[in-house]
Design a protein around this ligand. Structure first.
Ligand code: GLY
Length: 301
């Protein structure tokens, strides 16, 4: 069994953006699926699929990310291998085109898990990863949104998730032919966030978690609430104790997010047999999945 699932964020996706969201998650799924079905690793599938989502300005990750309160783009990402239990993550990193690749390099080539800010950029340079210009990540759409928010009183990150002005995080979970489960997540965080603000996405257990004996998960949504309930690990713990029911684990995790933290967002997961589960309590969530028991992909927004 091999299986792959990706998401492009849970939020109130307006009708006119549905087709771009569908196309983006379908492309990412295809990239990861090709790797897995040719015997490639779950790490490779997750990294390359998330790179495609980071390069697509439709999503709040890499190019097209939200701008912080002082007009900068700060990116968060993480990846975890559920067999080795190794993980890599970056927080509030600037001028990196594909933060998921930097997270993978930290996982593969460092004794650490999470590097933040200038230290993460230094690590990238030392490992031959080129820095991009700020303008390579900034889109006119986000610059315009940021300009409108300046001077606006009472802006709340929580409320931004309820409005059609937001967009959100991307992620992927893969099960490869060796039985390895890998999860990854990447984001530009929240609109107009305070400089240095870090959300759930780079935090292992919050935005991302993988344990090949149980399953893997990637989250999207209002990070401050996701952190409070350690959403990805909570979902995997539920999966471990509910008879590996992926759908129930995903929906119970999102119920817990709403009940305990007044939060909203979404989650994708795979159990250790590759059965996918999805849940979200926002109006829409872009996602796509395929397993070796299916002869076509499912793409939904
Ligand atoms: N879920 C992304 C963030 O809150 O940063």
């Amino acid at each position: 069994m091999i299986a792959f699932i990706v998401h492009g964020g849970a939020w109130d996706i307006p009708d006119e953006l549905v087709s771009a969201n569908r196309a983006g998650v379908e492309k990412a799924l295809t990239i990861g699926w090709e790797i897995l079905s040719n015997g490639g690793s779950a790490v490779e599938a997750v990294e390359k699929a998330i790179m495609s989502l980071e390069d697509d300005p439709t999503f709040d990750a890499g190019r097209g990310s939200h701008v912080n309160a002082i007009g900068e783009i700060e990116l968060d990402a993480s990846i975890m291998n559920g067999t080795t239990f190794r993980a890599g993550a970056v927080a509030a990193v600037q001028n990196i085109r594909n933060p998921i690749s930097l997270a993978r390099t930290i996982m593969d080539e460092s004794e650490h898990i999470l590097l933040a800010g200038i230290g993460a950029v230094r690590f990238a340079r030392e490992h031959g990863m080129q820095q991009c210009k700020s303008g390579d990540l900034l889109t006119g759409r986000e610059l315009e949104r940021w300009r409108k928010l300046q001077g606006q009183k009472g802006f709340s990150t929580k409320e931004a998730f309820r409005k059609k002005s937001s967009h959100d995080t991307v992620g992927a979970v893969a099960l490869d032919s060796a039985g390895v489960i890998v999860s990854g997540t990447s984001t530009g965080g929240t609109q107009n966030k305070y400089p240095g603000r870090v959300g759930d996405s780079p935090l292992i257990g919050c935005g991302t978690y993988a344990d090949s004996a149980v399953g893997g998960a990637s989250c999207t949504g209002w990070g401050e609430s996701i952190i409070k309930v350690v959403l990805a690990k909570t979902a995997i713990d539920l999966l471990e104790h509910n008879g590996a029911d992926s759908s129930a684990a995903a929906s119970n995790a999102i119920e817990r997010l709403a009940k305990k933290a007044d939060g909203f967002g979404g989650i994708i997961l795979l159990n250790n047999s590759g059965i996918p589960g999805v849940s979200f309590n926002t109006p829409r969530m872009a996602r796509a999945f395929r397993t070796s028991e299916m002869n076509h992909s499912v793409v939904e927004v």
